[in-house]
Design a protein around this ligand. Structure first.
Ligand code: 3EB
Length: 414
């Protein structure tokens, strides 16, 4: 049934004992130009099909919804409220148009309804999933916010809001392993009380640095004690308009001694938190990737990755080479060699074994070129392509993804 793997695919992974589906869902071509409700119905139908075929009864945990028109989020949320009722997943609405021209594209995470699975929905901003000795907290922010505030104040406010959401379950920000920061007009100038004229992304970095200052990430969460500063994996990417949208994933282990959280760096890139001040007076505090592992299996969260080696942008005018280098960076990060170098032999994998990928394309005219490279290098990986500005003016593409790894990994493609 899956004739065009680039627009409609699903990965099923049983790596953590229960089946876990990741889907990249876009309304079919025939619906181009049709109203939102038609496209939403088609998306729901596809999700329903994929679940029924692969893991009957699986329940949707989180949807990341990329919108051509950000105002449509209200209609989408009402549509899904009616459809899911008490089982409404966390929906993160991102102001980024899908590259293929549809009104929306959705990355969906669903989980087998096994005897050992516990799902708790807390309002519309937090879904808690418990299985295999791990609890996953999927959070998104509430409806925003005061756009008249400075970039710095808005960003701190969003981090605090996420912190409060986790706080309702007594989960401190120390447990956050992955953040997504979508920032409208990311490379545009803004005013800072501290620096005067600066750039919005740089102010976000200053806010993040201040917010993270007293957080000892992963302290007490897992068995690995950190003697240096460590940070969650992250994506920092543009969006339409003046919006700031954030989401985050936190975890806890029943038995911290049985779990490991290992931030991963790339041997051919300067760590982002060590970037020099020309990129941002306060460096971006994130890990290139992060491994979450039990004794026999694990998941790698790959941060937004771009055409950078050391700390320099490479191939400033060449979208094909930028995409190749970006994927090479991801391949290096998740490679067996790199995992071994980080003390976790047996937890690496190949690039084309990734569970899913998101490809953020700066300019529509580069889409075909970038898509072709992705089809060549990660043909079987469910992919979503959106239009989004990347935080440096000369970066044309940014890619993120997930991988399931470890001696007990168990992945199939549908
Ligand atoms: C880079 O490597 C590209 O600010 O959280 C990638 C991933 C990037 C995350 C962030 C920024 C962030 O510097 C940009």
């Amino acid at each position: 049934m899956n004739e065009n793997p680039s627009i409609f695919t699903c990965t099923v992974s049983k790596t953590f004992d229960v089946s876990h589906l990741v889907m990249a869902v876009v309304p079919p071509k025939e619906l181009t130009g049709e109203p939102l409700v038609k496209q939403l119905e088609a998306v729901n139908e596809q999700i329903g099909h994929l679940i029924a075929e692969n893991v009957p009864g699986a329940r949707v945990i989180q949807q990341t919804v990329f919108l051509k028109n950000y105002e449509d989020r209200h209609f989408c949320q009402e549509f899904w409220r009616n459809f899911y009722g008490e089982d409404l997943p966390v929906n993160v609405y991102v102001p980024q148009p899908p590259c293929d021209g549809q009104l929306l594209a959705v990355e969906v995470i669903a989980e087998e309804d096994a005897a050992q699975t516990r799902i708790t929905r807390q309002g519309e901003t937090l879904t808690i999933l418990k299985h295999s000795g791990i609890t996953w907290y999927y959070a998104c922010q509430q409806e925003p916010k005061d756009y008249s505030q400075t970039m710095y104040a808005q960003s701190v406010g969003m981090f605090q809001q996420l912190d409060r959401t986790f706080g309702t379950r007594d989960i401190p920000f120390e447990n956050v392993i992955r953040t997504w920061l979508y920032l409208g007009n990311i490379t545009e100038p803004t005013f800072s009380e501290l620096e005067g004229e600066t750039q919005r992304y740089k102010e976000l970095n200053r806010a993040r640095t201040d917010f993270f200052r007293d957080i000892q990430f992963f302290d007490g969460v897992s068995s690995v004690p950190w003697t240096r500063a460590v940070y969650p994996a992250s994506t920092g990417i543009g969006g339409q308009g003046d919006t700031v949208v954030m989401s985050a994933l936190a975890v806890s282990f029943d038995d911290p001694a049985a779990g490991a959280i290992v931030p991963l760096e790339n041997p051919q890139q300067t760590s982002a938190f060590d970037y020099s001040q020309e990129y941002s007076i306060k460096s971006p505090k994130f890990a290139r990737a992060l491994l979450l592992a039990g004794p026999r299996n694990g998941a790698i969260f790959v941060s937004g990755t771009a055409s950078i080696t050391d700390q320099e942008t490479r191939y400033p005018d060449d979208p094909e080479k930028q995409t190749e280098l970006t994927l090479e960076n991801i391949a290096l990060l998740i490679s067996e060699e790199n995992l071994k170098a980080h003390g976790k032999p047996g937890f690496g994998c190949r690039l084309d074994e990734m569970v899913c990928a998101r490809v953020y394309v700066k300019r529509m005219e580069d889409y075909e070129t970038i898509r072709k490279v992705c089809e060549r290098l990660i043909p079987n990986v469910p992919k979503i392509f959106t239009i989004a500005d990347v935080c440096r003016p000369d970066l044309l593409v940014e890619i993120e993804g997930m991988a399931d790894v470890g001696p007990a990994k168990n992945i199939t493609r549908k």
